[in-house]
Each structure stands twice: as structure tokens, then as C-alpha cells.
Design a protein around this ligand. Structure first.
Ligand code: SF4
Length: 413
């Protein structure tokens, strides 16, 4: 099989992995005339979008789509009837360099099915990164998928060469993982995430400059991330968000990626026949941001009534509507923490508000300049020239104002 055909198969097989962003690594470049590539701010990995809206990288590939495991949700599982292919280490290295030199990509995202053993597979994945860095002085971004059962020495070696490492937690609940991916072991996954955290903390500590200027060894400067599949099991949004909060807290993850389950050919009967709406994935990302940047706790984001995020409105607006007694808020005197909870107020807008109000009072006319959507924010705030009508904030109609207008389905004539 030629390399082009392998690339078709192994890039397609990798598209289900959502964790392909390249943020947060150290700066490197080759302007000194040595090496190839850079991780300059703003460059990142080139992305494109699959027809189903999923973000994919131009060189996001598997080393092989052959796999000993039989995870029911995965198109590459051992029992799947797909064409198999396998790159050699040298082929991936050459492809990365060729694509990089042609400006197609900014880096490599490499994962693999598990062949022979976890250690053997991890050795191959690490060999690609080592060769790129040590023989070709490649300075672009490298993200390696880590196999939880692999030997610690291999994981340390992976962190030496990669910018980011990731281990997929796969599904939010232990029981579902046992049912859907019987060979995977949630304890091994969490143990390896814990080990990565320790290595990352040690590396961060060791790389603080000392008076002698010595720095410790490098280890995955862009940190670790994980991915959760949404909609392959019965876990509701509340469970997913609580699992995320636990993962962020326990392992100091940089990112959790939420990937809406895609039905696969010849799927097991244990899996749903349909994909969840993509908007559910989007709402989970919004909820994730509320936890990471807006000071929300996992427990307050989802309405306990059904444990699901509203698909009709963003989770901050839904929270505000459930907690109307906390509004209206005086924009010119409220704390940063309270401002971050106002619908339509982004983190940057809150910063601008705090800077602006030191000099002058903020009025309705200032909202546009602060990039705040008036219609969304006005029912919840007080300004010198605005106070929402008493019956607006308490009225049953307020939620309806924010829901998308119902549209009649096309009848085809
Ligand atoms: S380990 Fe599971 S999820 Fe990963 S490639 Fe193999 S079957 Fe797919």
C-alpha cells in the first residue's frame, strides 16, 4: 500500500478525536537557522472541519488503525470491518516534514490503535517524536496520545519530546466504560493522568530560573488534556460536568474536549442509533468555560430537574433565569465575581467595565463599545439611565424572550 493511500485511511480514522488544539505551549522557532518549524503565537496547528462540524487537523493521523481492543464506540475496534493500514515511523516523520515545509501544517497530532502491546505501540509513537526532534530538529507542535498502560519510562520520554500529552477518559462513568470498552481500565487511565500531573508539576518547578540559570528537564509544556464522548451512554450533562470538574481538579488538565458520539458502521446494539444534537456538545463547552473562567461550580450549572443543559439558551443565561433574586445588578458597583455572572458579559467585557468605571460611570450607550449584547444584558442590570421594569425580571415571559423563534419545517413546495 502506498503512503498516499495510508494517509487517506489513517487521517480519516483519526477524525473522531476532537482534541486537536495547539494552545499553551512554549515558544520555539528556527530563526537562528537551526531546526525546522516554530510554535509562534497565533500559528497553531492548521485546522479544517469535517462535514459533521468536527474540527480536524491536516496532519492528525493514526500510526495504525489496527487495534487489539474492541471498544464498541470506535470505528477502529478489532471487530470492525474497515480497511487497515499502518505507517512506519519513518513515513510519519517524512510526511510531517514534507507537510510542514509546504506550509500545510504547523505540527503533528499522533495517535494509534494498540498493536502487540501497550509498550510496543507507545515505543513507536515516541520514536516518531524523538526522530523529529533529535534528528530533524523539528520545532513545530507535537501532540501525542498516551497509552495509559504503557511503561513510565516511555511516558517520560513522550513528555520530553511532545508539547502536549493526552489520555482519553472516553465516557464519564466507570460502569459505561466497562460495558463499552471492556479492555480499558479506568483505574489505569486515572493513575497515568495522576503520574502525568506529577511530572508536569515537577517540570514546571524545575524549570523556574535559578541564580545559576540552570533549568530542569522539559516535560510536555502545553500540559495534558482528555476527551469525553457525549451521547454514547446514558450519562446526563450533570454527570459529565461533575466528572469534568473532578478531572480538572485532580489532574490539572489544560482542556477537556467533548465529542458528540457519531454512529459508526455495523455498530453494537448497546449504542444509540443517532448522534446527539451537536448543540449539546456546544452547550457542554460553554458550561466548561463557566467553570474554568467564570467562577461557577459544577453543581450550579445544570438544572437538577432533569440534569440536562438547556439546548435553547446558553448555560449562564439559564442559570440567571433560575436565580433571578440575584438581579438586577448595579454594573457600576458590583464585584468582578458578580459581573461575570451577568448574561452577555464576557470575561474581557468585565475587565473593560472595571477599568472604565474607575474613570466614569457606565451608561446604556457604553454597552456596544464594551461588546455587550444589550437585549441579553439589560433585564439583569442597573445603570444610571436604566432600571429593568419590576415585572420584567419576575415575569414568566422573560425566558421566552431568549428562546429561538420556532420555525415551521419546510414542506418542500
Ligand atoms: S483502543 Fe479502543 S478507542 Fe483506541 S483505537 Fe482501539 S478500539 Fe479504538
Amino acid at each position: 500500500m502506498d503512503v498516499k493511500r495510508k494517509l487517506e485511511i489513517l487521517a480519516d480514522a483519526a477524525k473522531y478525536d476532537a482534541s486537536c488544539a495547539s494552545s499553551g505551549t512554549e515558544k520555539r522557532d528556527s530563526r537562528d537557522g537551526k531546526g525546522v518549524g516554530s510554535t509562534d503565537a497565533g500559528m497553531g496547528i492548521c485546522h479544517s472541519y469535517a462535514p459533521d462540524g468536527r474540527c480536524i487537523s491536516l496532519l492528525k493521523i493514526l500510526l495504525t488503525n489496527a487495534c487489539n481492543y474492541d471498544c464498541l464506540y470506535c470505528v477502529n475496534r478489532a471487530s470492525s470491518n474497515v480497511t487497515r493500514a499502518r505507517f512506519t515511523v519513518d513515513e510519519v516523520v517524512q510526511l510531517t516534514l514534507d507537510f510542514y515545509r509546504r506550509n500545510y501544517i504547523e505540527g503533528l497530532f499522533l495517535s494509534s490503535g494498540i498493536i502487540r502491546s501497550a509498550d510496543y505501540t507507545m515505543e513507536q509513537v515516541v520514536a516518531v517524536a524523538r526522530k523529529l526532534r533529535e534528528e530533524h530538529h523539528f520545532r513545530g507542535y507535537i501532540h501525542l496520545k498516551t497509552i495509559p498502560e504503557a511503561d513510565d519510562v516511555l511516558i517520560t520520554e513522550a513528555g520530553k519530546h511532545a508539547d502536549r500529552l493526552s489520555i482519553n477518559i472516553e465516557v464519564p462513568e466507570e460502569d459505561s466504560l466497562a460495558k463499552l470498552a471492556p479492555e480499558k481500565n479506568v483505574r489505569a487511565i486515572r493513575r497515568t493522568m495522576g503520574r502525568l500531573r506529577l511530572k508536569l508539576d515537577e517540570a514546571r518547578e524545575g524549570r523556574k530560573p535559578t541564580p545559576r540559570g540552570k533549568v530542569g528537564p522539559r516535560f510536555a509544556p502545553a500540559g495534558q488534556s482528555t476527551q469525553m464522548i457525549v451521547g454514547a451512554d446514558s450519562a446526563n450533562d450533570s454527570t459529565i460536568i461533575r466528572t469534568s470538574a473532578n478531572l480538572y481538579g485532580s489532574y490539572n488538565l489544560k482542556r477537556i474536549y467533548y465529542s458528540a458520539f457519531s454512529p459508526i458502521p455495523d455498530a453494537s446494539r448497546s449504542l444509540p442509533l443517532r448522534a446527539p444534537p451537536l448543540i449539546r456538545e456546544h452547550r457542554l463547552y460553554q458550561a466548561d468555560w463557566l467553570m474554568r473562567f467564570y467562577g461557577f461550580e459544577a453543581d450550579e450549572i445544570v438544572d437538577d430537574a432533569d440534569g440536562m443543559l438547556s439546548l435553547d439558551m446558553d448555560p449562564k443565561l439559564a442559570w440567571a433565569l433560575r436565580n433571578r433574586e440575584r438581579f438586577p445588578l448595579d454594573v457600576n458597583s458590583a464585584s468582578r465575581e458578580d459581573l461575570l455572572r451577568v448574561p452577555g458579559f464576557g470575561a474581557k467585557a468585565v475587565q473593560r467595565i472595571i477599568e472604565t468605571r474607575r474613570i466614569s460611570s457606565i451608561r446604556v450607550g457604553d454597552l456596544a463599545r464594551l461588546h455587550i449584547p444589550r437585549n441579553k444584558a439589560l433585564p439583569f442590570i442597573v445603570l444610571p439611565d436604566h432600571r429593568p421594569a419590576v415585572n420584567l425580571l419576575d415575569g414568566a415571559n422573560l425566558a421566552e424572550r431568549f428562546k429561538p423563534k420556532a420555525t415551521q419545517l419546510g414542506l418542500g413546495f
